[in-house]
Structure formats: C-alpha cells, structure tokens
Design a protein around this ligand. Structure first.
Ligand SMILES: [Zn+2]
Ligand SMILES: [Zn+2]
Length: 237
C-alpha cells in the first residue's frame, strides 16, 4: 500500500469538476511513481480522468485489459482478506484508536507480503515459509520483550515500568522467538531466589539451574562446568 485517504463523509476531499471518484484516484495517484499502471474500479473511470492521468505519466486501465485488471485488482481484495484473518481486537469506541490499530495490522500484513516476495526471490521451499500468524507472533514477541527495568531517555521521566505478572504456580515461559533469542541484545543472566533449580531450556540439556535470562525468561545453566547460557543465545551447542 502506498497511500490512503480516510473517508470522512461528503467533505472528505475538495470538490472538483471531475467528480468525487476520479478526484480520489487523482489525489492518491500523486504517491505513485510516474510510468505506473493504475488499476481501479470501472465505476471510477471517466474520459477526463484518463486524460488527467496521462498528464501525470500514469496509465489508467482501459476496459479492454480485463484480464490484467482481474489479475491485479485481485491484489486489493487479497490484502483486505489477509487483514481479516488476524485482526487485532481492541474494545474501544474511539475511532482514533481503531484507525491506529488498523494501520498496525495493515503494516504487519504488508511486511508479511514483502517477506513472501523475499521467500520467492530466495527460492525458499513453501513449507519453510512463516505463516502470517507466526509472523505476527514473532513480531509481537520481539516488541513486547523489553526488559522490566525502564530504559531512561534524558528528559523522559514519565515512563512507568510495566509490572510483571506473577504466577502462583510455576509455569515455564514460552520459548522465545528466534528473532528475540538471537538478537544479541540485553540478555542478562539473573539469579532467581527459588528453592529448587528449574530445568535448563537448552536443547538436549537435562540439568537444572537457578540462573535465567532476564529477557527470555528461561532458565539456563551458567557455571564453571556448563555454559548453556551462551550456547543457547548464540545458537551453537
Ligand atoms: Zn535471553
Ligand atoms: Zn543446561
């Protein structure tokens, strides 16, 4: 997606003698690189519009190119459909928040589509490709893993640390996403004040440890004899 306009009712855009539909297309077309081919709904197509578009060195769809039209116009519908798969649910009546969340979802779907292009360009087998849901989870995990202690920026004094949820019964944290685990950033070992050590999360390690990575929230051996901590985070056993 290159540009957008939020429909705010009849006053959304300035009136023009072309009519609202063609005017919307012309306004949005300003963000398109010259020489592009523009596909739009038949309802929007008028002769003055096509003339105006040619002035901008943009090619409007002629009714003849129905095959291409169906092929590319489908892109918009596919985007809409992918947006619906995993919409962020937010119970609010504030339109500002809804718009914000909508664009967050849109950015996620857009980046997943770019990721798909990269997968194709790199001949990645289909079964190795990350589905949209995993892609979203990975990003959410990476973004929400900021350590508890506030990272102070000068002049920014109203940052409040988010309290960590306390579980009465120990429940091992979910394995961190690969993006988080291998980002090499702020993985600090902390010694937990627990009675019994917990199972080390290093693959193939059956030892127990009281040391955990603060960021990933997983227990890992860290002693003179065993350094699962480092191996776990750099990705080599
Ligand atoms: Zn970590
Ligand atoms: Zn271990």
């Amino acid at each position: 997606m290159l540009d957008f306009a939020i429909y705010e009712g009849a006053k959304t855009m300035f009136e023009s003698n072309l009519g609202l539909g063609p005017f919307v297309i012309l306004s949005l077309a300003k963000s398109i690189p010259p020489g592009s081919c523009v596909y739009h709904d038949r309802h929007f197509t008028t002769v003055p519009l096509i003339e105006e578009m040619e002035k901008l060195n943009l090619h409007s769809t002629a009714p003849k190119i129905v095959q291409n039209y169906n092929k590319f116009m489908g892109g918009v519908d596919v985007l809409d459909q992918q947006m619906e798969y995993y919409r962020t649910f937010l119970k609010t009546k504030k339109w500002t928040l809804k718009v914000l969340i909508h664009f967050l979802d849109l950015a996620l779907v857009n980046s997943w589509r770019l990721y798909n292009n990269d997968c194709v360009a790199n001949d990645l087998p289909r079964n190795k490709k990350m589905p949209l849901l995993d892609f979203r989870m990975d990003i959410a995990d990476t973004l929400s893993c900021t350590p508890d202690h506030p990272r102070r920026v000068e002049g920014d004094d109203d940052s409040v640390p988010v309290p960590r949820r306390e579980y009465k019964i120990y429940r091992p944290a979910n394995a961190p996403s690969a993006a988080k685990r291998y980002d090499g950033y702020e993985h600090y070992p902390i010694s937990d004040d627990i009675k019994a050590p917990r199972t080390c999360r290093m693959e193939n390690c059956e030892s127990r440890s009281k040391i955990k990575c603060e960021k990933c929230d997983v227990y890992l051996c860290l002693s003179r004899d065993k350094d699962c901590f480092k191996s776990y985070l750099i990705g080599s056993a």
